[in-house]
Write a protein that binds this ligand. Structure first.
Ligand SMILES: C[S@@+](CC[C@H](N)C(=O)[O-])C[C@H]1O[C@@H](n2cnc3c(N)ncnc32)[C@H](O)[C@@H]1O
Length: 287
């Protein structure tokens, strides 16, 4: 580990200042390239020039964060999602590639429809809501989350990306109190918390240490609570012919399908992600 750090420092000194980006980010990328071996030393050298000595302390900090396993996205404060760059922090889940697949599915299904109304439940960084608003022509998008801090971050992301989304701070479990009957949607989508406490032991410690637990975990005795709640909400607030989309827990795929069936939905489709894991569901109301 120590040699590794020394090696990274040595190469950081000859890091290029050709980039316009923030120096610490350059240094981070250098260090990261060594730590992950994703980029070769040749790549680093090709970009090399002498780096200002004043920057080295920053490099130390970044490198130490990396060595303790802090996610890259939290170090640079950004994550890529569907070709867009989102600000992320300790209050928001880092958007995942599986969720990009869910969004891709929705866009392909609805790209030729105009004036869609969409509700994203548990928006976090806003990645689903903002990406859909950007890709689906003239869509009107509402997005809710229980976390005030997540909503603030999502709002900043929408502003930075020049996308119009109506953010609502609310607890979805109380939807029947705050939602007006007139709010009707073509699409209701949710990537809710779905990990049971028992699954924690198989999870990477960095996820447990750095990501918001309220975004990840449900209670052991009621792991499908958010799916049942959203299905009830959708029965009242999906337009005739509207579709509900979920990201799901792969270990609870059958139970989630059963639940949605029992709630009266039809045309239920279970879809695998690129890793062949049962990861998402679409369903229509059987009116
Ligand atoms: C798995 S994260 C998904 C974040 C984002 N949509 C994504 O796909 O990256 C679940 C989100 O649900 C929110 N959440 C948890 N409990 C909630 C509740 N009762 N009502 C509304 N949102 C809730 C969390 O704050 C978190 O942002």
């Amino acid at each position: 580990m120590k040699d590794y750090k020394a090696l990274a420092e040595r190469y950081a000194q000859s890091l290029s200042s050709l980039y316009d980006a923030d120096e610490s980010k350059q240094l981070f990328l250098m260090a990261y390239s060594f730590i992950t071996q994703r980029k070769t030393i040749d790549y680093a050298l090709e970009k090399s020039k002498t780096v200002d000595k004043n920057v080295l302390p920053k490099f130390e900090l970044i490198l130490n964060d990396l060595l303790t396993g802090k996610p890259i996205q939290h170090i640079i404060g950004e994550a890529d999602f569907f070709g867009l760059r989102f600000q992320v922090n300790e209050h928001t889940l880092i958007p995942r590639p599986e969720t990009e697949e869910l969004v891709d599915w929705i866009i392909r299904q609805h790209q030729h429809e105009k004036s869609l109304s969409i509700l994203d439940i548990g928006t976090g960084s806003g990645c689903i809501a903002i990406t859909l608003a950007q890709h689906l022509e003239s869509a009107r998008v509402d997005a809710l989350d229980i976390s005030n801090a997540a909503i603030a971050t999502a709002r900043q992301n929408a502003n930075r990306l020049h996308v119009d989304v109506n953010f609502i701070e609310a607890d979805v479990l109380e939807w029947d109190v705050f939602m007006e009957q007139s709010q009707q949607y073509d699409i209701i989508v949710s990537n809710p918390p779905y990990i049971t406490p028992k699954e924690q032991e198989h999870m990477h410690t960095n996820v447990l240490r750095y990501e918001p637990h309220a975004a990840l975990f449900v209670e052991e005795h009621n792991p499908l609570l958010f799916y049942a709640t959203t299905a009830d909400l959708a029965k009242q607030h999906l337009k005739d012919g509207g579709t509900m989309y979920f990201e799901i827990n792969q270990y609870l795929a059958e139970q989630t399908m059963d639940l949605i069936r029992k709630k009266g939905f039809a045309d239920i489709v279970l879809r695998k992600d690129l890793n062949a894991v049962e990861r998402m569901i679409a369903a229509r109301m059987d009116f």
